[in-house]
Design a protein around this ligand. Sequence first.
Ligand code: ADP
Ligand code: MG
Ligand code: ZN
Length: 480
Amino acid sequence: MKYQPVIGLEVHVQLLTDTKIFCGCSTTFGAEPNSQTCPVCLGLPGALPVLNKKVVEFAIKAGLATNCSITPRSIFARKNYFYPDLPKGYQISQFEEPICQHGWLDIQLEGEALKRIGITRIHMEEDAGKLVHGELSGGNDGSGVDLNRACTPLLEVVSEPDLRSSDEAVTYLKQLHQIVTWLGICDGNMEEGSFRCDANVSVMPVGAEKYGTRAEIKNVNSFKFVKQAIEYEIQRQIDLIEDGGTVVQETRLYDPNSGKTRSMRSKEEAHDYRYFPDPDLVPLVIGPEWVERSRRELPELPEQRQQRFIVELGLPPYDAEVLTASRGLADYFEAGVAAHGNAKAVGNWIMGEITRGLNDNGLVIEACPVTPVQLAELLKLIDLGTISGKIAKTVFDEMWRSGKSPELIVAEQGLVQVSDTGAIEAIIDEIMAANAGQVAEYRGGKEKVFGFFVGQVMKASKGKANPAVVNDLLLSKLRG
Ligand code: ADP
Ligand code: MG
Ligand code: ZN
C-alpha cells in the first residue's frame, strides 16, 4: 500500500520585546538565573498581570503578514497543567478567540506550482521557566528552576494539516522564519530557541479521506532536524501499520544523535487543560483603526520586494530570491544599486564576494565591513577601465581587511590597469621570443595555445594588463 503523509506545524516565535508579556522584567538571554523576575513572573499569589502593548502590535504585524484576520475582541485563557517550571500552575495563553485567525502562506517548491498552506491561528502566550540540571550557581550539583524565561512573550503559529512532505514543511517553516525576522519581531535564533517548532505527523493510505492518527514531535530546533524528524516519523508510522500495528496519539521527542523519535507521553487533549478565560485580564479589543495603522506601518514584505526587484530592476528571479533572503541583504543591495546603477552587477558582487566574505567570517550583512557605497565605488573603477575585474577582487579583499576606499588602495598599490598598447606589445614580443615552439604550434593550427599566451602576458603584467587589449594584440601578433 502507498501512504500519504500529512503534516501540520505549530511554531513558537519568541518576540523581540525588551520586557516580558505581563510584567516589566527584562527578556535578555543568558542572565544569572532568576535575576530577571518579579512577583508576577514568579507566580506569587495576588500578583496581577498587565499586558505589554508591544506584544499585541507584534502579533498584529505577524497576522497581517500571513494574511490572517485580526480578531476584534480577543481573549486570554488559562491553560492548566503542573510542571516545576510553571509556578502558577497555569500558562496564560489564548484558546477561543485568538488574536489572529484564518491566514495562509503560499509556498513554492522547485519545479512545482505555488501551494497555499492554511494558518489556522496565531495566538499570544507566555513562555514557562527552565529546569537546569547539573552544576548550579553556587557550585552544588542538582536540579534548579530558572524563571528568567517565565513570562517571555511568544506567538504560536498553528498551520492547517496542509503539508504533505518534509520538504513542504521545511519550505513553509523557512518562509515563516523569513517573515518574522523581516518584520523585526523575532531574532529567529533557533539554537537559543527563539524560533522552535512542533511537528504533527500522520500517514494515511493514498486516496483515503480521513487523516490518520498523528504523533506530535516536540521542539525541533533546526531546519535540518525538522526534515529528519518528519522523515523518520513518517517511515516509523508506515512500518508500524504495515506490521499490523496502530499509531497512537502521543507526544514524541526527536533525538538528533540517533536520528530517531521516541515516545515521551500520551498526548493530552485540549479538555485536559481545563482552559477558561483568565479573570485577571480583560478582553483585548482591537479596533479597525489599529489594524489599519499596523497595515500601513508594515514594511514591504519579501515576496513583494522580490517581485519589484524582478520587474523594476530587471533582476533574474533567482537573483531576486537570493537578494531578499533577509531584509538586511535586500537593503544592502538597494543601497548599492542607488550608488551604482547596475543592479545585475551589484547583485553579482553581493552574491559572490560579499556572501563569501560574510560566510568565511561568520558575519551577518549588517556587520559587513565594506559598505554598499564602497562596493559601488569599486564597480565604477571597473566600469572606467581603471582596474580589471580580476584586480578588483584583490582590491576588494584589501577593502574588506582595511576599510580603505578602493581608489586609495589602487593608488597605493599601483594596481591601475595597463591599457597602453606600447607597454603590452613589449611584453608580448618578449614572451613570443621566449616561446618560439608554442608560436609555431599556434601558427600550425593549434589554436588552444592562445590561452597559454594570455596567461603568460597577464602573469608578466602582474594581472594589470587590460585583458581586452591583450587579446587584440596577441591575435594580430600571433597571426603575424
Ligand atoms: P494541539 O494544540 O493539541 O496540538 P491542534 O488541534 O491545535 O492540537 O493541532 C495542532 C496541529 O496538528 C495543527 O498544526 C494541525 O494542522 C495538526 N494536525 C491536526 N490533525 C493532524 C493529522 N491528522 N495529521 C497531521 N497533523 C495534524
Ligand atoms: Mg500541539
Ligand atoms: Zn517579572
